[in-house]
Ligand binder design. Structure first.
Ligand code: ZN
Ligand code: ZN
Length: 258
């Protein structure tokens, strides 16, 4: 399994993109930088897009990619998978016929977006991959996705989450963990209130993981605030040393191979 980090951040600039991962060129998770990172032909190769939650930085490129598919040919469709609240947000606020076309419904009979609601803890077969949505702790409904490739490689991406992931850990067994750290330790109160992690909060979650599962996979951190990234990097290095585990910061263009 090859995972490419298309966007690794929570704020966009010329040098930082919003969160998006691409698995084996066929499955994307989160849509913060799909259209800005991928050529038209690479977008066309996507078989499915999984969305973790409804926040703008994770769904931003859905209208854009739907338009690209719709204008490619009227019969070209894209499969999107997520929880009910994400469907409702897209239908109500973005693809509502005012802000942008109703790609969830049109063209009639064969809408550009084929949206499938996923239920937490119910394994779903998507393009030969085993996909498990697991609830995480954010400000609204949110899930992470454990992705198992046809040859048995397992990666987990949490999406945005705050502390308290013991229940999540019980349901997963990743060989690679991609998890968020949005801000450095001095923002702990903000992180707890908004459902995010700092390096110290990550350390606590990884400690619980190791206690429950008896191991720790390599960890890649994403969703950093670019302007706080130096501080995050320094603090993450300390956590990695303390836990004696590989923890790296993700970056645009990073390739992970399992
Ligand atoms: Zn969020
Ligand atoms: Zn976010």
């Amino acid at each position: 399994m090859n995972i490419q980090v298309l966007g690794a951040h929570n704020c966009e600039s010329q040098n930082s993109r919003l969160i998006s991962l691409l698995i084996d060129d066929t499955i994307a998770i989160d849509a913060g930088s799909l259209t800005s990172s991928l050529s038209f032909s690479a977008q066309q190769r996507l078989k499915a897009i999984l969305l973790t939650h409804q926040h703008y930085d994770h769904i931003r490129d859905i209208p854009a990619i739907a338009m690209n598919f719709a204008l490619h040919s009227a019969s070209t469709t894209i499969n999107i998978y997520s929880i009910q609240s994400v469907y409702d947000t897209l239908a109500t606020h973005l693809l509502n016929g005012k802000l942008y076309p109703k790609f969830l419904e049109q063209p009639q009979g064969n809408p550009t977006i084929k949206f499938t609601i996923v239920e937490p803890y119910q394994a779903e077969q998507i393009e030969g991959y085993d996909i498990l949505a697991v609830p995480v702790n954010h400000t609204g409904p949110a899930v992470g996705y454990q992705v198992t490739s046809p040859d048995g490689k397992i990666a987990l991406y949490t999406g945005d989450t705050g502390p308290g992931l013991a229940d999540c850990w019980e349901h997963v067994s990743p060989q690679l963990l991609i998890i968020e750290v949005t801000a450095p330790d001095k923002y702990e109160e903000f992180a707890k209130e908004k459902g995010h992690l700092t390096p110290s909060l990550l350390k606590e979650e990884l400690t619980v993981f190791r206690e429950l599962k008896g191991y720790l996979p390599p960890v890649v951190v994403v969703h950093m605030n670019p302007r706080l990234e130096k501080e995050i990097e320094t603090e993450i290095a300390t956590v990695a040393k303390t836990l004696n585990n590989s923890i790296n910061l993700g970056y645009e263009g990073m390739q992970l191979n399992l």
